[in-house]
Unconditional design. Sequence first.
Lengths: 131, 334
Amino acid sequence: MRRNSVLRGLILLILGGLAFFALRYQWPGGREPAVRMTGGDADQGRQVLLAHGCSGCHVIAGIRRATGRVGPKLEDINQQIYLAGVLTNTPDNMERWIMNPQEYSPETAMPDLDVGEEDARNIGAYLYRQP
Amino acid sequence: MKDVTAVGGLSGFRVIIGASLLTAGALLAGCAGERPRSILDPVGPGAEQIASLWWQMLLVYGSIFAATMTLLVLALLVRRREKSPLGFRFVFTAGVVIPVLALVSMLVVALKVTGSLQGSSEALRLEVISHHWWFEVNYPDHEVTDANEIHIPAGRQVRFELTSAGVVHSFWVPRLGGKRDLLPEHYTELHLQADQPGVYHGTCTEYCAGTHALMGFRLVAHEAEEFSRWLERAARPRTAPDDPRLKQGQKVFMTSGCAGCHTIRGVARGRIGPDLTLVGARQTLGAGTLENTNGNLAGWIANSQEIKPGNRMPRSFIEPQDLHALVDYLRSLQ
């Protein structure tokens, strides 16, 4: 009898954990603030960010391969006041900076990677999303 | 009361079985996507034989395992009797005769496959030299050198002559065939054929310390005509760039120390790092570590140590504007 209730408890615990994980991390609206703020698609942003090679220079939350230490770590960029020390940290400025860093900071080592407007917005959505 | 417990226990058991089946299904579903390194997606005659051997072994050994486990479960469930239901004859057959037959026949099958992986001698010749976490690729009959990317014609056998400039590495393109070690001061041989054009992943499969896991390459199989065009293009003499920005990039390459380790045909003759004559055309950087894009190339040049720790390329401290010019110059080398 006791063994049986232990078994049931264990099953409940596992199912509960799975449900919590699904609701907390996988539910469509679970990370909505970043999406609402930027109007971009964070998951798309993740793909774009990898395709452009951002991970070569930056540490980025949620991307294991992104270990670059050439530019600043972007793990908690949503906590920062300025972008690259020259723009206030707003979604619009993030988009501008990603598309054309050298226009805002001529001496920057960040290359102009020909990122389009939509891609930049999606990257912004990913970067602002809490890990 | 006793009955209720039994029923409850059974349903708990069922839930566990069901949950594990679901999990297994979900895990196996992960195998359904693209599998660039799977031996079960063969595209060459060698890999096809290896894959079919794998399935045969799974079938034979899997059924033996299943039979053994069934007997084990039976032995646990069946009540002990005065007289053993299975006599000496069963033990001898199941314990000696069947294993000997199964193992010997599988050995014969495996040896046959191994024997048939040998190649013919009129194959195209290609030399691969492994270095500290990257592969040098030479086309000895055409004076072309590349690194971490191998171009071959599809539908034709290629003879890889393999050696190492350092420790023992191993050369493996899972979808094309078997592995072969690269040994220092000794040549080994491997014959591979790709039946269809495509890009296949290759990897070092002998642990060589540090970032062994990031020592890979791409094998690109072309249609025969496209391959000869590629070879011609790769072998043509290089001209100095006219564009002022690319000129600036070349100057940075020559003055920042890059030329001490890297070769660019007609420009520099360093012998420590990979040949960069064709770097702009490659699919990856750092031996299969990164996609070859402007962003990744800039990051790799500036600080490859965080991307692939311990590789021989030092951090560089060049001015940002020089870095941009250098990236543009290297990407133009195709």
